[in-house]
Design a protein around this ligand. Structure first.
Ligand SMILES: Cc1cc2nc3c(=O)[nH]c(=O)nc-3n(C[C@H](O)[C@H](O)[C@H](O)COP(=O)(O)OP(=O)(O)OC[C@H]3O[C@@H](n4cnc5c(N)ncnc54)[C@H](O)[C@@H]3O)c2cc1C
Length: 393
């Protein structure tokens, strides 16, 4: 079977779904858009992660990137809803005096970007979050963060897409197995169910994006799986209502990786606790980081350390039943910026991948920037730091 469409998006995770949504909204409604996903929608990383919508204030560019994306999450909530969007705010918690020293810098970063944030002492912390341990020395409250349930959000994005453009087709259970080319131009993809002719193809396959690039005859993209162990408590036992994270999380999660990401044998890994209230009353607890290839075996020692840190901050976690534990693979780009835009060495090939631990936060701005480039529109923010061309040889 051969069919013809205008745009194929490969990968039905949060990034592919957002690309489909924004392409459907920004390109003419006659544009035929096909999403190909080899498993179920949200069946990979986007269904095995946390849903913290996080603003990172480190630089004005980081702030614009994350803040604009969270505003787009707010718009999706207005347009569609149905994905447990919860504007919880975030508490960055200090455990020891050396952590307290990080708070003024963080506060200054938020303020320099015009955002409101507050440094709180231990008593004020417990006014925001009564379940916190009584001896915590302080923290920082940023009201602008939130939480979503990513699997439901994928569905909401696709519903909005199909309302904006009746020519959007979603095809789960259909892997891409090859590409069609004419010289330096892409002319289609080969799927398990036949060939699809198209002018533009978006590789939104997360940790598999290097494999797909190779399948298209290109160099492997420098994206590496970074494993994270998670645990969740039973429903209706959540001892928290705010998104909580150790202030050291910033250094750990968003700073440079201290381990070579091309390694696949990091048995030790690291962790900084991150706790998230769920709408059903459960509490999702992470978050560990390890480079060990595609291995999704639970690292019990690391997860136990994570849980014991969680109890340090929220003592009631000690008696909350843990009902499930699992591992997700973050797509870590070597320079810590996602790849969003055209691949200059094969016309018609686009990339939207490599979001590491911020892909849920950044999905809407990623879809918007990619669709704006496809449509020839001015980008919502400076998109140049994310252009994949930086890795083209
Ligand atoms: C433990 C953990 C906690 C996290 N917490 C947060 C958080 O709190 N906030 C946040 O913002 N981010 C968080 N993240 C990061 C976020 O989950 C990821 O950045 C994001 O889900 C990546 O989405 P994706 O669409 O790129 O990849 P995926 O969701 O993996 O989607 C890629 C899809 O491509 C498909 N695919 C692959 N090959 C093919 C093929 N040949 N043909 C067709 N389809 C194919 C796969 O089946 C897959 O469904 C976390 C991640 C982990 C692991």
């Amino acid at each position: 079977m051969t069919e013809t469409v205008d745009l194929v998006v490969i990968g039905g995770g949060i990034i592919g779904c957002s690309v489909v949504q924004h392409a459907a909204q920004l390109l003419p409604p006659s544009t035929r858009i096909l999403l190909l996903e080899r498993g179920p929608v949200a069946g990979a990383t986007s269904g095995s992660c946390m849903g913290h919508l996080m603003v990172t204030p480190d630089t004005p560019q980081d702030y614009a990137f994350t803040r604009t994306s969270l505003d787009l999450w707010g718009e999706l909530q207005q347009q569609e809803g149905g994905f447990d969007h919860n504007p919880t705010g975030a508490l960055y918690l200090a455990d020891a005096d050396e952590d307290l020293e990080l708070l003024p810098t963080l506060l200054e970063q938020f303020r320099a970007n015009g955002a409101t944030a507050e440094v709180l002492d231990g008593r004020q912390l417990r006014e925001v979050e009564p379940g916190l341990a009584e001896d915590l020395p302080g923290g920082l409250y940023y009201p602008g963060d939130g939480v979503v349930l990513p699997m439901l959000a994928c569905g909401a994005m696709l519903r909005v897409a199909q309302r904006a453009n009746p020519n959007v087709v979603v095809r789960p259970g259909c892997a891409v197995i090859g590409f069609e080319r004419d010289g330096d131009r892409i002319t289609g993809v080969r799927s398990e169910r036949g060939t699809i002719r198209c002018e533009n193809v978006v590789n939104a396959t997360g940790v598999w994006a290097p494999d797909l690039a190779e399948l298209a005859g290109q160099a492997r993209l420098p994206i590496y799986p970074r494993a994270g162990n998670l645990a969740i408590t039973g429903h209706h036992v959540s001892p928290i209502r705010t998104q909580l994270l150790e202030v050291s999380y910033l250094r750990f999660a968003h700073g440079a990786a201290t381990v070579d990401p091309t390694r696949t044998d990091d048995d030790v890994g690291g962790h900084a606790v991150n706790m998230q209230p769920q709408t059903n009353g459960g509490c999702l607890i992470g978050s560990t980081r390890q480079f060990r290839g595609m291995d999704k075996t639970i690292n019990h020692a690391l997860l136990r350390r994570s849980l014991s840190r969680a109890q340090r901050y929220v003592p009631a976690v000690a008696t909350a039943p843990i009902v499930r534990t699992w591992v997700g693979l973050r797509p870590y780009a070597i320079d810590k910026h996602p790849l969003i835009g055209p691949w200059p060495q094969l016309r018609g090939l686009w990339i939207a991948a490599g979001h590491e631990g911020l892909g849920i936060s950044l999905a809407p701005i990623t879809g918007r920037l990619l669709a704006q480039q496809l449509a020839g529109l001015a980008p919502a923010i400076d998109h140049t730091p994310y252009l994949p061309a930086r890795f083209a040889r």
